[in-house]
Design a protein around this ligand. Structure first.
Ligand SMILES: NC(=O)c1ccc[n+]([C@@H]2O[C@H](COP(=O)([O-])OP(=O)(O)OC[C@H]3O[C@@H](n4cnc5c(N)ncnc54)[C@H](OP(=O)(O)O)[C@@H]3O)[C@@H](O)[C@H]2O)c1
Length: 212
C-alpha cells in the first residue's frame, strides 16, 4: 500500500502519517520543499503536476489540510467566505477531480471536513458550510467513481487536543481527542471498503448526537 498524506506535517496530518506508516509506505505531501512530495491544493497546475508524476503509483490519497475563516457573521464578507471555498472546498474537489484521472482503478481518496458540519458553533457561518459541501461532494462524486472502484470518503474530526488552546474558546462543551486517536479512524476509510461516507468523530467521553 502506497499512501500520500497531503498536509502530512500538520497537527492532524502528522498523526495520520504516524498511524498509517506502521504497515504501509506513507509519503508526506505539502507545499514546502521539505516534504517528500510537493503539492499546493489551491493550485490546479500544482495538483495536475503532482498526479501526473505520482498518481499512477499511489493506492490512496489522504487530504489533511484546507483553510477556512472563523468570524462572527457581522464581520464576515465575501472574501472571508472565499478563503474556505478556494482552499478547503475547491482544493479538495480538484484533488479528486484531477487526481482520479491519473489514479488507477481500485484506489481511493480520504478528504477532510470537521465536526462543524454537524455541530455548529458561533463564528462558524463561513467554516461550517464548507465542511458540509465537502461531505456532499464526496457522496455525489463517489457514485461516478465507483464505476472504476475509486472510493471517496470524508473524515469529520472533533476538536483536536493539540489545537484546544487555539480553538477551544469557540468550542465550549466539546471534549477534544488527541490527534493520534483521530488518526486511527483513517484506517476505516483507507482499508474499510466504504465509499461516499463521512465518518464523524464526535469527541471525547461527553460525545453526543443532536436530534433536530
Ligand atoms: N485542528 C483541529 O482541531 C481540527 C478539527 C477538525 C478539523 N480540522 C481540519 O483539519 C485540517 C488540518 O488542520 P490542522 O489543525 O491539522 O492544520 P495544520 O496543523 O495547520 O496543518 C496543515 C498542514 O497542511 C499543509 N498545507 C496547508 N495548506 C496547504 C495547501 N494549500 N496545499 C498543500 N498542503 C497544505 C501544511 O503544510 P505546508 O504549510 O508546508 O503546506 C500543514 O502540513 C483543516 O482543514 C482543519 O479545518 C482541524
Amino acid at each position: 500500500m502506497r499512501i500520500a498524506v497531503v498536509g502530512g506535517t500538520g497537527t492532524i496530518g502528522s498523526a495520520i502519517v504516524k498511524e498509517l506508516a506502521s504497515d504501509a509506505e506513507v509519503l508526506v505531501a505539502g507545499r514546502s520543499a521539505a516534504r517528500d512530495l510537493h503539492i499546493d491544493i489551491t493550485s490546479e497546475e500544482s495538483i495536475e503536476s503532482f498526479f501526473k508524476a505520482h498518481g499512477s503509483s499511489l493506492d490512496h490519497v489522504v487530504v489533511a489540510c484546507g483553510d477556512v475563516s472563523f468570524a462572527p457573521l457581522d464581520k464576515l464578507n465575501s472574501d472571508l467566505f472565499r478563503v474556505g471555498f478556494n482552499s478547503k472546498f475547491l482544493g479538495q474537489v480538484n484533488v479528486v477531480r484531477i487526481g482520479s484521472k491519473y489514479m488507477r482503478n481500485g484506489t481511493g481518496f480520504t478528504l477532510m471536513s470537521g465536526i462543524l458540519s454537524l455541530h455548529t458553533v458561533k463564528a462558524s457561518s463561513a467554516a461550517a458550510p464548507i465542511n458540509a459541501a465537502i461531505e456532499s461532494f464526496a457522496k455525489a462524486s463517489s457514485l461516478e467513481l465507483l464505476e472504476r472502484g475509486i472510493r471517496v470518503n470524508v473524515i469529520a474530526p472533533c476538536l483536536v487536543s493539540e489545537s484546544a488552546a487555539a480553538y477551544g474558546p469557540f468550542f465550549q462543551g466539546f471534549i477534544p481527542l488527541p490527534a493520534a486517536t483521530i488518526a486511527k479512524t483513517y484506517r476505516r476509510s483507507v482499508y474499510g471498503g466504504i465509499t461516499g461516507e463521512t465518518l464523524y468523530i464526535l469527541g471525547g467521553e461527553g460525545q453526543y448526537v443532536l436530534k433536530h
